[in-house]
Design a protein. Structure first.
Length: 278
């Protein structure tokens, strides 16, 4: 343990935090043991217990540090009352993605399943705090637009959840840049918010839609019968007209041709026997 003798207590503590954060990020809290932490840091188990009292204490310190870092960047992005609402959305999305980019292990620790002994200061509680801030911003915007505020808490949760889970996905698959992903998030969030209905409803699968469909079924049958009846009547009329036209043609064919002015049959056009043909 020659390496241990060259570190101060603060340096050793920081080393254990770095080692623990990487292990918790890759394996999760339950799968990591004190033995593995000590072996990775090249120290004995008593050193880990001396600094943190066990892996629970080390985990709590790591989560607290990451929570404070993420809270700071998100609060800073959300707390500018002079900024345009879209700018706030852009700043917040970029703030989260920047944190993920710069603190990949820390973010993985936060989003992984926490131990059952984890206190209220967890990632879910942080998201709850952020959602409340977003809710306050949306509440003001909804009132300005004279929209019902009943759904505001849910819209806030949707926005935060959409951004966080997209960030999680991106952390494992960073195939687009941070700015491009932020643009995707803002585009969906902003255009969705700008086209909200005052009374949103399900147009096809909701209760009203199903009831309307049931009421409309007999009317549809009646319209089909009426259309079929109209087609039959039209066909009958067409048949009658065709028969009448056929009778007229037959009568014309059997009638004598009218005579010319001298009592002789009129010459057909182009006939050389006409008097003026000479």
């Amino acid at each position: 343990m020659a390496n241990a003798s060259r570190m101060t207590s603060l340096q050793r503590r920081e080393q254990l935090i770095q080692v623990g954060r990487a292990l918790f990020a890759s394996k999760g809290f339950e799968a990591v043991s004190v033995e593995e932490i000590a072996a990775s840091a090249k120290v004995s188990k008593p050193i880990v217990y001396e600094h943190f009292g066990g892996k629970e204490g080390l985990y709590a310190v790591i989560v607290d540090r990451e929570m404070r870092a993420l809270t700071t960047v998100l609060t800073s992005a959300l707390n500018d009352s002079t900024a345009h609402p879209r700018q706030i959305v852009e700043r917040t999305a970029l703030a989260l993605l920047s944190y993920i980019e710069q603190n990949a292990d820390g973010f993985q620790v936060l989003v992984r399943d926490s131990p059952s002994t984890d206190p209220a200061g967890s990632f879910s509680s942080l998201l709850g705090d952020v959602s409340l801030k977003v809710e306050n911003l949306l509440m003001e915007a909804f009132k300005r637009q004279k929209l019902p505020v009943k759904g505001v808490p849910y819209y806030a949760q949707m926005l935060v959840g959409m951004t966080v889970f997209t960030g999680q996905y991106w952390a494992d698959r960073p195939k687009v840049s941070k700015e491009q992903l932020a643009a995707y998030i803002v585009d969906l969030a902003w255009h969705g918010l700008s086209r909200l209905d005052a009374k949103p409803e399900l147009r096809f699968e909701g209760r009203k839609a199903r009831q309307s469909a049931k009421r409309g079924a007999p009317d549809d049958d009646a319209r089909r019968r009426e259309a079929q009846g109209g087609e039959t009547a039209a066909q009958d009329t067409a048949s009658q007209d065709s028969a009448a036209a056929s009778r007229e043609d037959t009568a014309r064919d059997g009638a004598p041709q009218p005579d010319g002015p001298d009592g002789a049959p009129e010459a057909e056009a182009g006939d050389d026997s006409r008097p003026d043909a000479a």
